[in-house]
Design a protein around this ligand. Structure first.
Ligand SMILES: [Zn+2]
Length: 159
């Protein structure tokens, strides 16, 4: 990547949910994980999922027949548990991410001075749909600080 330039890789939320999603365990409050059961050749949104908490041993499963998934808020789309990577930012707004890949995408986009759209599907990608407050130049430093703090919260226990 050229310094200061971000080229939209065309990633959407579905692709980010093809990896583990960090959530808050509803029983013990520890960091737990929603893991996809990958099915090659079928869409990410149709894969079943497993919730697991290593701290207290809770687990659950989700399949598409269990109900519609809910995309686009600070919860995992399947169990609707609060995401682990959430933080208040920019006057009461909520910054959220499924996982580290998501956090990195946000960070690279916000940090870049020059942003280029994805050419094959402009308007449909994650970064093309970010709220204006998150991409505003005046919020750049604050957003990057919050992302750095969230990344540290992934590494160790507690938040
Ligand atoms: Zn737990």
């Amino acid at each position: 990547m050229v310094e200061g330039r971000f080229r939209d890789p065309g990633t959407g939320l579905y692709e980010l949910a093809a990896q583990d999603i960090g959530v808050v365990c509803p029983r013990c409050g520890s960091r737990a994980v929603v893991t996809p059961r990958r099915v090659d050749g079928s869409p990410v949104s149709s894969w079943s999922r497993r919730f697991g908490c290593t701290a207290c041993g809770s687990s659950a499963s989700w399949a598409p027949a269990d109900g519609a998934s809910l995309w686009g808020g600070p919860v995992d789309p399947f169990f609707r548990l609060p995401l682990w990577l959430t933080a208040q930012c920019c006057g009461g707004r909520t910054l959220w991410a499924f996982n580290d890949t998501h956090l990195t995408l946000l960070e690279d986009y916000v940090a870049a001075r020059l942003r280029e759209r994805a050419t094959d599907r402009p308007g449909l990608t994650l970064v093309a749909r970010l709220p204006a407050w998150l991409t505003a130049a005046k919020h750049r430093d604050e957003v990057l600080r919050v992302i750095a703090r969230l990344r540290r919260s992934q590494a160790g226990p507690g938040r």
